[in-house]
Design a protein around this ligand. Structure first.
Ligand SMILES: Nc1nc2c(ncn2[C@@H]2O[C@H](COP(=O)(O)OP(=O)(O)OP(=O)(O)O)[C@@H](O)[C@H]2O)c(=O)[nH]1
Ligand SMILES: [Mg+2]
Length: 925
């Protein structure tokens, strides 16, 4: 009797009855299918033109395949095929061959017999040589991503009809010049390889519309690219490119230039997350200035147009940031830089930030430095992320006497926010006191730490040397001497002389017009550039704040900090009313600007308005540090966690501001935590700075929904710190963990990795149960929130070829037939033993096995006793298993023999042997 499952026989009968020439036996989910061979009945259907059997466990293609001589489409992706048999090449009518997501290592030489082949998709296999494909002159699309290719054969030039060539995620270091013969090529994907240059011959690909080269080692955009007149999309993110040359303007048809991030990355297949592109994948671009580049391709084109029309000037201006704990000597240092003969005196503590202008001569120019002297008190730390900018020089001042400086925290936050900006540590030996710090360890950990200087600021003779060093580091900043259009520097000089603290966006735009700016993108690029250099403040992404350009950053920071520093507000644990602001009368300069100041604070996530009252605000970092007492039922919670390599201060206070609309009881919000309430559901979110983690517990009717919202908000905050290393952990939902208040947690990175590897399950470390990856995601994500899923499942392919899939799937461009989703295969029909048996009993079985072997080895037992003991242990286990299955009524239709096989298959060691024997038996059939 045939072993072919009934559902296959039914499908075949249906095809015959309908007179269809297409048969699809694919499983809906990866590894979801249970076929280990192509059912023999299929080979009787010699009228088939299309056969699809995807996502099963098929290991080989039998010779009977040659009987299907009418096949034009053969789709066997997502199986376990190791070899393309020669016999397959006899299918001379074949036009489309899909064998992706298999384990193929070689392409047979006979493949050249497929003289009508149009599409070959072999992505995600183990192929390293594809030269045998070179004779297939009818080939239009070739997909070879995710293989082990390190060489493109020169014979590739013979594939003259090729339209799509996809070779991403391989180890290719060189492209042969013969590629220039591919005159029909429109899409060339070479991301995630080892390329540092391209052959000049690329310029001859006159039809090329899409060239993707992200994640390679390119330092300079190869000049030949600028001759590809038809190019619409060029992707270069995550390379080492520092300059976009003006020749980019020659690519008139270019619509998209991708220089960082994964958004809009376009692939013929959905690789986006197999290659794990993140939005932080950038290039170290200096020219044009990053603010111009960030505004997009049009802005880059305008920048060069302006330079062409008006000529250039150079900018010698930079920001020097002095940070450290309160009383360390920052203000004293700032004063010493401004005037080396400055006499030390008792200084008032700095409120917020003091900004000073400092000018020194440099190469016949004035080099202008904006010194930002930060108040050291803890309360100011939460706003650091707005002001600790890139492309600046940092001085971390540490008081040697107090020894209170947390070098790890400061150097980490500077590295996170200042990126490659050089850092000088100044050990201020007040009263000549010195301390040893572990200099080499710090230097190893923080490559941007340039100098550690010990010095007593009261000794004037040591100051000139220090100031010279600071000047030298300022001069080495990459943007110094950047060419800028003349209009930019003219307007910058004008703004400097403008006495106003702030102007409206319209006034700024009018000024730009007066100075000859033509494009709006240029005006915004300039305000962003000045914002980054600390010259103005313009928050372009905030709907209220973007209407004001703050010409005096100090004015704005003073306003904010005077509120936070106010004793009454501190005493009220951060609660204040709009009226209080007038009473405080922080500074007459703020009159009529209270709304803007409040909005600035909300923008900085420093306060929120209590929803139920009209004008009461709360600043969460001033809240009571004491966690309030409240009851929390621990059963049936949804648990999650974030763990940080380095945890910046203020994440939870920003979160509180963002989520304030879900606060039901203001008494249940404290400095490091919050209780949220939504639709009969509560969530507790608590920050633990010492352990560098945030823990989340959710209980109630709509746990997934609330957790989806919490994840979304926290992820948004994390994203605002580009490069923050944080892992999200989500709960295991195996039968043992699910009811527990402390389930096993899976790092989200593992989930992504499992999906990229087509691994449908992960093993719980506690119960050893296999849990479905998709099930883990479903547990934490509620699509009804309309928030983006934790793992993107849609990709947009240029000319509206939209690809929509579940998160574990492959993608097919328009030309390729999409596998039909529905299939009668159940996901996993095999009855499962209870976890107790598969975990603890299995362990017991293994233990007994090892014990018996040791006893034999030690000659305590005779080898015959070993055999008897093994059989005895196994039989005992099998009996228990069989009776358990019967008792659970999972298997009323199974015979005793089948039940024994099922139990044996779930035993460690023996299970593998039984499966192997079954596999061989099936092959034999
Ligand atoms: N003797 C001596 N006193 C110093 C030295 N550096 C700073 N001081 C004194 O230490 C006190 C605090 O110095 P500041 O420069 O105000 O410290 P700060 O880091 O700006 O402090 P905050 O603004 O509160 O963050 C002042 O009274 C200084 O005069 C030093 O090198 N030697
Ligand atoms: Mg100070």
């Amino acid at each position: 009797m045939s072993d072919t499952p009934q559902w296959v026989l039914d499908k075949i009968a249906e095809v015959k009855a309908q007179g269809s020439t297409e048969l699809d036996l694919s499983a809906p989910e990866i590894d979801g299918g249970d076929l280990t061979i192509i059912p023999p009945e299929v080979f009787e259907l010699d009228f088939l033109t299309s056969l699809e059997i995807c996502r099963h466990k098929i290991q080989f293609i039998p010779s009977e395949i040659a009987q299907l001589e009418n096949l034009t489409t053969f789709h066997l992706s997502g199986n376990k095929i190791k070899k393309i048999p020669v016999i397959l090449c006899h299918l001379s009518n074949l036009q489309e061959l899909y064998l992706y997501d298999n384990q193929i290592t070689e392409i047979p030489v006979t493949i050249k017999q497929l003289s009508h082949i149009n599409i070959i998709d072999l992505h995600n296999n183990n192929i390293n040589d594809f030269s045998n494909l070179s004779e297939l002159i009818s080939l239009r699309q070739l997909y070879l991503g995710m293989n082990r290719i390190n060489l493109i054969p020169p014979s590739i030039g013979k594939l003259k009809g090729l339209v799509v060539l996809e070779l991403l995620i391989n180890n290719i270091a060189v492209i042969p010049s013969e590629i220039c013969h591919l005159k029909s090529l429109e899409i060339l994907s070479l991301d995630s390889n080892l390329l540092s240059e391209l052959p000049e011959a690329i310029k001859d690909l006159s039809k090329l519309m899409q060239l993707t080269l992200s994640r390679n080692r390119i330092k300079e955009i190869p000049a030949c690219i600028f001759q590809l007149k038809e190019l619409r999309l060029l992707s270069l993110s995550s390379n080492e490119i520092s300059q976009i040359p003006k020749d980019i303007c020659k690519l008139e048809k270019l619509e998209k230039l991708i220089l960082k991030g994964s958004t809009n990355v376009v692939y013929p297949r959905d690789y986006s997350w197999r290659i794990n592109v993140s939005k932080n994948d950038e290039n170290p671009i200096e020219i044009p200035p990053p603010e111009v580049v960030d505004q997009g391709l049009e802005s880059i084109r305008n920048y060069y147009k302006q330079i062409r029309e008006e000529g250039i000037t150079k900018l010698y201006e930079a920001k020097l940031l002095i940070v450290g704990e309160a009383g360390a000597g920052k203000t004293t240092l700032a004063n010493k830089i401004l005037d080396q003969h400055y006499e030390l005196q008792p200084e008032d503590t700095t409120h917020g930030i003091d900004i000073h202008e400092y000018i020194f001569p440099y190469q016949d120019h004035d080099f202008r430095v904006n010194i930002w002297d930060f108040g050291g008190q803890e309360i100011y730390h939460a706003t650091h992320r707005f002001f600790l900018t890139e492309r600046s020089v940092y001085i971390l001042v540490a008081d040697e006497r107090k020894e209170d400086t947390d070098f790890d925290y400061w150097l980490n936050i500077i590295q996170l926010l200042g990126k490659k900006s050089p850092v000088i540590v100044l050990l201020n030996e007040k009263l000549g006191r010195k301390r040893k710090i572990n200099e080499s360890a710090l230097r190893g950990q923080f490559p941007n730490l340039k100098e550690i200087i010990s010095l007593d600021l009261s000794k004037s003779e040591e100051i000139p040397k220090l100031v010279n060093k600071i000047q030298a580091y300022l001069q080495t900043l990459d943007h110094i001497g950047d060419p800028l259009p003349k209009t930019w520097t003219n307007l910058r000089t004008f703004l400097e002389t403008d006495g106003r603290n702030h102007i409206t966006l319209q006034e700024y735009i009018d000024l730009c017009d007066d100075f000859g700016f033509k494009e709006n993108t240029d005006k915004l690029s300039l305000s962003q550039y000045l914002h980054d250099l600390g010259i103005v403040l313009h928050f372009q992404d905030d709907p209220l704040l973007n209407k004001t350009v703050i010409l005096s950053p100090e004015w704005a920071t003073d306003a904010v900090y005077q509120i936070l520093d106010h004793p009454e507000i501190i005493e009220n644990y951060g609660t204040f009313s709009r009226k209080d602001l007038q009473l405080i009368s922080i500074n007459t300069a703020f009159d009529n600007m209270h709304d803007e100041v409040l909005q600035l604070m909300i923008k900085f996530k420093l306060c929120y308005r209590i929803t139920e009252t009209a004008n009461i605000y709360i600043s969460p970092q001033l809240l009571n540090p004491q966690q309030p007492k409240y009851g929390w039922r621990k059963s049936n919670n949804l648990i999650a966690e974030y763990r940080y390599d380095f945890m910046p201060k203020g994440i939870v206070s920003q979160f509180i501001v963002e989520m304030n609309r879900l606060i039901k009881d203001q008494n249940l919000v404290w400095r490091s935590g919050i209780i949220l309430h939504k639709d009969n559901t509560d969530a507790e979110v608590i920050e633990n700075l010492a352990q560098r983690k945030i823990t989340i517990r959710v209980r109630g009717d709509h746990k997934q929904n609330l957790l989806t919202v919490i994840f979304h908000e926290l992820d948004k905050i994390h994203d605002s710190y580009h490069g923050l290393q944080v892992d999200k952990l989500i709960p295991c939902n195996c039968t043992e963990c699910k009811p527990k208040p402390n389930p096993e947690l899976f790092p989200f990175a593992d989930i992504k990795w499992a999906i990229s590897k087509h691994q449908p399950t992960l093993q719980c470390r506690r119960s050893f149960e296999l849990v479905k990856v998709q099930g883990l995601i479903d547990e934490i994500y509620d699509p009804s929130t309309n928030l983006p899923p934790p793992i993107p499942n849609t990709e947009f392919l240029g000319d509206e070829r939209i690809i929509i899939k579940d998160s574990t799937v492959n993608i097919t461009p328009k030309a390729v037939t999409e596998p039909k989703p529905e299939s009668p295969i159940s996901n996993d029909a095999t009855p499962k033993l209870p976890v107790v048996l598969t975990s603890s009993f299995a362990m017991g079985y293994l233990f007994a096995l090892v014990a018996v072997v040791i006893l034999v080895a030690a000659s305590v037992l005779h080898p015959i006793s070993l055999a008897i003991a093994l059989i005895g242990i196994t039989m005992l286990y099998v009996l228990i298993g069989v009776f358990t299955l019967r008792a659970a009524d999972q298997t009323k239709d199974e015979s005793m023999v089948q039940l024994v096989t099922i139990v044996l298959q779930q035993l460690p060691v023996l299970g593998n042997v039984v499966s192997a024997i079954r596999g061989i038996a099936n092959k034999g059939n």
